[in-house]
Design a binder for this molecule. Structure first.
Ligand code: GLU
Length: 377
């Protein structure tokens, strides 16, 4: 990908930093949220899919519970997150509904995006919400996250979400309008860099320390997020949320730093799938299913002829044609035992065979690569 057009991004993750949603005196800056919601509504209405990653729960909660964020202990911050999150998500819901848009809350922990078995669940829910034209409002599940087991900052969370849903755009809105060759707060001569093609260690070294006292992120966490997202095929943009209508401004060519990916999300994902070395089993399909796979569909139980091996949900399996030739690979949505139970089964029979509702696909089309497809854009 060599060109960037904000309007052409199909699926967009927008991350809003705490410093934007809380005033300098610690109060919830509801007007700013309303304005950003209006911008998001405009993108949604012109057909772009938007996922919101909103920080601010801890900062808003500290003000509700009268806690000093800098001196608070972990349990106090978690209590603050619990109190703040409910207010934060309610504000998003109210604000988006002003524009006729429904919102849904998703709270994630790192396992939900980093462990394969779990990421299938989170992704399934997010995709369904988008299909229903609902805007997911996402945050870290701060109330249960511990220091060892957390994203730590919402820049990284947003990048992981972008990777998970194969977004082609990630916008990090914060109190800076992009990346500079040195920290602009300490150096008035710092030069703004509009385009970064590769987040190298040298780029990272220019980032300086952490940002505001309200959130956990700084330029370094944004660059690391940009690295994750661009490696997943997602254009990443750092822009200021302090300007009037930040997303509208960005769409009109406003000042920002753009980080370009090396390929499309689909192509990069297929390369990754093709490169998984450990295959736990195989699924043999009939001629009809082979044709459906080749035309870009998911693998349904009805087309399944035989299941071999011992695998769990999320493990990689080989896909074999009717004659046993390897067609490609994919991540199984079912464990081997369950998959065996629904061989040849029509969708409406799955529940009867398994004893619970189950999922309609054995391998989702986003989770499979047919040989010859890897690298194709
Ligand atoms: N999840 C935190 C919150 O909602 C924000 C983390 C961050 O500042 O990046 O307050």
């Amino acid at each position: 990908m060599t060109d960037y057009s904000f309007g052409a991004l199909r699926r967009l993750v927008v991350k809003i930093g705490s410093a934007l949603l809380v005033d300098s005196d610690g109060r919830f800056a509801r007007e700013r949220l309303d304005q950003i919601a209006e911008d998001i509504a405009a993108l949604h209405q012109q057909g772009q899919e938007v996922l919101v990653v909103s920080s601010g729960a801890v900062a808003i909660g500290c003000s509700i519970l009268d806690l000093n964020r800098r001196r608070a202990r972990l349990e106090e911050l978690q209590a603050a997150a619990a109190a703040g999150q409910v207010q934060l998500v309610r504000a998003w819901q109210e604000s988006l509904s002003e524009h006729g848009i429904r919102a849904a809350q998703i709270l994630l922990t790192p396992d939900d995006t980093e462990v394969r078995r779990r990421f299938l669940n989170a992704r399934g829910t997010l995709n369904k919400l988008l299909e229903l034209r609902v805007i997911p409002v996402i945050n870290e599940n701060d109330t249960v996250a511990t220091d060892e087991l957390r994203y730590g900052d919402n820049d990284r969370l947003a990048a992981r979400v972008a990777q998970l849903v194969m977004a082609d755009g990630l916008v990090l809105l914060s109190d800076v309008d992009g990346f500079y060759d040195s920290d602009p707060r300490g150096n008035p001569e710092a030069v703004h860099i509009p385009l970064v093609r590769d987040v190298t260690d040298d780029v990272l070294a220019r980032a300086g320390g952490s940002g505001s006292v309200l959130g956990s992120g700084g330029m370094r966490t944004k660059l690391l997020a940009a690295r994750i997202a661009t490696h997943a095929g997602c254009v990443t943009v750092i822009a200021s949320g302090h300007v009037d209508h930040p997303l509208r401004t960005l769409a009109a060519g406003g000042r920002c730093t753009v980080f370009m990916p090396e390929g499309s999300p689909a192509a990069i994902r297929k390369q990754w799938l093709a490169g998984i070395l450990e295959v736990r089993g195989s699924l043999r399909v009939d001629a009809g299913a082979q044709k459906a796979l080749e035309s870009g569909s998911s693998l349904l139980p009805v087309g399944l002829v035989e299941v071999q091996g011992d695998f769990r949900r999320g493990d990689a399996v080989q896909l074999l044609g009717p004659g046993g030739r390897e067609l490609g690979r994919g991540l199984a949505s079912y464990a081997s035992e369950e998959a065996s139970a629904i061989v040849g089964c029509r969708s409406e029979e799955i529940e009867e065979r398994l004893g619970y509702r189950g999922r309609s696909v054995i391998v989702h089309r986003d989770d499979l690569v047919l040989f010859g497809q890897a690298g194709r854009k």
